[in-house]
Design a protein. Structure first.
Lengths: 476, 477
């Protein structure tokens, strides 16, 4: 059999379909790979091996990914009967087990995927690194002294190290794209309303959160998006459906696109590491060599102070609302001991935040969004190219420093978070590495609801400058 | 030539055939306005000269080219025109719009000519058009009674025959309530069907949606075709229709399964016998057309916490609205600047914690899931009376010493309509019944999310089976 650690989900599904491998073999092999490297990486924190084997024994649904093993993040969705701790010590100590299955997990299982474990996440996904007090740090397979990024860092490490071909992730400020950049993966955050968060949620963080997967290949990401996208009963709003399947965009000619590039941080608020600038400039040249027009340009609204004010206020209000939900789960009021210090201070800061101000902040955010989107809609740009991150993967502990951590996170979210606020589709493409061999992603952002454009251009870049052969030092 | 009984579709046809000019239609509408508006107080900002000028000029070649219309003075802003949103503070400041919003743009691109802006309660809060700033709009069926609100000015203008179409919007029933009170067709489209960017954002779009009041189902369908669709920045978007809505008019809806609800599931008051009778007769009519009517409704519609959650959201938005007006007018507004109920809601919104607002939004989501699941379990429509009472006397909701008493009276008056603002589902009020006093009593039909097509099909079927075109109010142009 082929080396399963290097096969993407589409290829593994083909093995099952053609009878060259059974689902049980794929699942057992994935569990073996997890057992081999997870001790060092701490990517999978809640193995679901028996559940996975049981699902295979009971017979899997016939779908595009029947028998393919995957992991899901321990946040951004629940799986009935499986633990859900969200990186939080109180939920962990209470041994909390979820009682509903989120639509997106049901859709993944319906497509034939077998969920073999849940992955590490910072507490409630609030950090750009995966180092919770509850579960300890996930380590980067490219350098185990460094961060995987966050908040979907456990999934990032699991996929980058070859444990599984892909894994579920969620993104409220960059949490798909940040670990994609740091772990050398492809990570696409879909448009607001593209994937249902139901049945328990309709929107998270006022619409900033969207969920999807981290993958090696563009085709896997596109095919899973086909599985996950679309209205589910009771969704408050839904992105307009695509004209055709996203999988059919892979390899389709993107045409000649007009691309603006920007390498300085929005608001000039953080220095950008020269390695990240170089990666972006190299990507610009690659895009030009593919026939696209690249010019230095970006939406003026990226330098508008409304951006940070809105993001911070939406976050703290929703953190408080989420913690009140946790209190309901635990059946008691929360105390400072139940959450990490940064989370607790957000919780306390939000106490005085009134509903009228919250509505005003949301309206301001949407008005700012309109100014942002005009750059694509009215100024006729197809894509914005930026570094995914302002920095290279930092040492573990750097972003969790009690005094400096919050400020240090800024360069790691400043390029990604604006597009959570606008709800646009955005992706990190693993096109570069630092001199010392650490992965560096570049971000491309399309007009509202145009994942099709992203997938076409990502596939073109993947073909022109493939990353499939790059393996981290720590690999299963 | 055109008279007050012609609907907008017929008027547009006159222009298209060359049987009337836009200027003639507009002059006639202005004449009708001058005849009855003194009594009704429907139009508060006449724009007659501007309308004449537009009608005489090069109008866009849209489906309603040259047809006169009125815009409610809440949203649907046109650059340079007076704009008060029912607020005395804005009236005193002589406020005028500094831009044209996406919705007004679409009305104008369709060829409509706006002859004036119509009365609305302050910020559209209460279900009657009686702002202190502009005084009451009077119901053409009985001038001592309410037109309903908040789109009461537009409804009076259409019911009295001044114009065939009046812009309206609906965040808690404000299209359907005046449609019921004035004997008109009022469709509240699905959440996200229309856009008023940049003034209202996706936050507001969770409850509020824009359209119109009309006398015919085909006019409502035609206007919906003309003005639906998103603008840049709209993230809350209804799924696009399969075909133009005008093509649904007259199409056989098939045999439908209709749930029936004519008691007050929230316990905010009894439903008046006239309103129950209207719904019961509509049920009989639907059955005579081959549909099945069963006494069932979404159980979650009886959740007693809904009124509080809805009020929380309204209070927060209202407080933010008043703050935004203060910024616009260049000074902080105080209790003296707004009506007592408005200020009570401002204080409530400011006193509410942001997470409680988020919790209220989550409660709406649960309601929507419950309602949609009910439709998915085998129902096509829900039938209710539009209102809990016939049009009440003017002044009924104005309780300045005890502002929330008026608000609670409103809950008794409108027990059904806010549910579909919370669920996002489309709903229509049809003028199928008049009580013994000759007052219109509307009937309310709700469909699953995105199914305006079904409401228009069944609406036109009912219009044909039980026509209301010959019903004319005592005050008529």
């Amino acid at each position: 059999m082929a080396d399963l650690s290097t096969l993407d989900a589409t290829a593994q599904a083909e093995l099952v379909r053609s009878g060259q491998a059974s689902a049980a073999e794929l699942v057992d092999a994935a569990i073996e790979r997890i057992e081999k490297v997870n001790g060092e990486l701490n990517a999978v924190i809640l193995p679901l091996y028996e559940r996975a084997r049981g699902a295979v024994e009971q017979g899997l649904p016939a779908g595009p990914f029947t028998g393919v093993p995957m992991v899901v993040k321990d946040l951004d969705g629940t799986l009935a009967g499986a633990p859900y701790h969200a990186g939080n010590i109180a939920l962990k100590n209470a041994n909390y087990v979820a009682d509903t299955t989120s639509h997106l997990f049901a859709k993944l299982q319906g497509a034939g995927f077998v969920i073999v474990g849940k992955t590490n996440t910072p507490e409630f996904g609030l950090m750009t690194t995966t180092e919770s007090v509850a579960y300890g740090p996930a380590r980067n397979p490219w350098d185990v002294t460094r961060s995987t990024g966050g908040s979907s860092g456990g999934t990032g490490a699991a996929v980058a190290s070859g444990m599984v071909p892909l894994g579920h992730a969620g993104d409220g400020g960059g949490s798909i794209r940040i670990p994609a950049s740091m772990c050398g993966l492809f990570g696409l955050k879909p448009s607001r309303g593209r994937i249902s968060l139901g049945p328990d949620e309709t929107e998270a963080w006022a619409g900033l959160v969207m969920r999807h997967v981290l993958t090696h290949t563009v085709r896997d990401s596109a095919a899973v998006l086909d599985v996950l996208q679309g209205y589910m009963t009771g969704d408050s709003y839904t992105a307009p459906p695509p004209a055709r399947a996203y999988a059919s965009e892979v390899g389709a000619d993107p045409g000649q696109l007009r691309i603006g590039v920007r390498t300085t941080a929005p608001l000039g608020i953080a220095a950008v590491d020269p390695e990240c600038v170089r990666a972006t400039e190299a990507a610009a040249r690659t895009l030009e060599s593919l026939g696209h027009t690249v010019e230095e340009a970006s939406p003026a609204a990226l330098d508008d102070g409304a951006l940070l004010e809105a993001f911070g206020n939406v976050m703290i209000a929703d953190i408080r609302a989420d913690l009140l939900d946790v209190a309901r789960i635990l059946g008691r009021d929360l105390t400072a001991d139940d959450v990490e210090p940064g989370t607790w201070s957000s919780y306390e800061n939000a106490a005085a935040f009134d509903a009228a101000s919250y509505v005003a902040v949301l309206r301001k955010m949407h008005a700012w969004t309109r100014r942002m989107l005009a750059w694509w809609d009215d100024d006729r740009f197809d894509l914005l190219l930026t570094p995914t991150l302002g920095g290279v993967p930092p040492e573990l502990g750097y972003l969790t420093d009690p005094a400096e951590g919050l400020g240090r996170m800024l360069p790691y979210a400043i390029f990604t978070a604006p597009f959570n606020m606008t709800g646009q589709p955005a992706m990190s493409v693993p096109l570069a590495s630092t001199a010392s061999g650490l992965p560096v992603g570049v971000q491309l952002v399309a007009a509202a609801f145009r994942e099709d454009v992203l997938i076409r251009i990502a596939a073109q870049l993947e073909q022109a400058q493939g990353w499939a052969d790059r393996r981290p030092p720590l690999h299963a | 030539m055109a008279d007050a009984s012609l609907d907008a579709t017929a008027q547009a046809e006159l222009v298209r055939r060359g049987d009337a000019s836009p200027l003639e239609l507009v002059e006639e509408a202005i004449n009708r306005a001058e005849k009855v508006n003194g009594e009704l107080n429907a139009i508060i900002h006449p724009l007659y000269d501007k309308a004449r000028e537009q009608a005489a000029g090069a109008l866009p070649d849209g489906p309603f080219r040259g047809v006169p219309v009125v815009f409610k003075d809440l949203n649907c802003q046109v650059e340079g025109d007076p704009y008060n949103a029912g607020m005395n503070a804005a009236k005193r400041a002589g406020w005028r719009s500094d831009h044209t919003d996406a919705l007004a743009q679409k009305f104008l691109e369709a060829g409509f000519v706006c002859i004036g802006r119509t009365n609305t309660p302050e910020l559209g809060i209460v279900p009657t058009a009686e702002p202190l700033a502009w005084g009451p709009t009077r119901n053409p069926w009985d001038t001592t009674r309410t037109t309903g609100g908040s789109s009461g000015g537009s409804a009076a203008a259409v019911a009295s025959g001044i114009v065939a179409v009046g812009h309206a919007n609906d965040g808690g029933g404000s299209i359907r309530i005046p449609a019921s009170c004035c004997g008109l067709v009022g469709l509240k489209p699905s959440r996200g069907r229309t856009s008023t960017l940049p003034d209202t954002t996706p936050v507001d779009a969770m409850l509020n949606v824009e359209l119109c009041v009309t006398r015919t189902v085909r006019d409502t369908a035609g206007v919906l075709d003309a003005v639906h669709g998103p603008a840049t920045g709209d993230t809350v978007r209804a799924p696009a229709p399969a075909r133009p809505y005008t093509q649904e008019v007259g199409v056989d809806p098939g045999k439908l399964r209709v749930g029936f609800l004519a008691h007050n599931p929230l316990g905010t008051g009894e439903i008046h016998a006239d309103c129950v009778a209207a719904a019961e007769r509509a049920a009989q009519l639907l059955e005579s057309l081959g549909h099945t009517v069963v006494h069932e409704f979404p159980a979650i519609a009886a959740d007693p916490t809904l009124v509080g959650q809805f009020t929380n959201i309204w209070a927060a938005m209202n407080a933010a609205d008043v703050d935004a007006w203060g910024q616009q007018l260049g000074r902080e507004l105080t209790a003296d600047d707004v009506e007592p109920l408005t200020w009570a809601l401002v204080e409530m919104g400011r006193g509410l914690a942001a997470p409680d607002y988020i919790a209220a939004q989550r409660a709406l989501a649960a309601l929507q899931q419950g309602c949609e699941a009910w439709f998915a379990s085998g129902f096509d429509l829900l039938l209710t009376p539009t209102l809990g009472e016939p049009p009440v006397e003017l002044g009924h909701f104005h309780t300045p010493e005890e502002p929330f008493l008026g608000f609670m009276r409103a809950a008794t008056f409108v027990p059904y309509t806010p549910l579909t603002n919370m669920s996002g589902e489309p709903a229509i009020s049809l003028p199928l019944h008049w009580n013994a006093q000759g007052l219109p009593i509307g009937v309310h039909l709700v469909a699953a999310y995105g199914r305006e097509d079904l409401l228009l099909r069944v609406g036109s079927q009912l219009e044909q089976a039980h026509p209301w075109a010959d019903r004319v109010p005592p005050v008529h142009a």
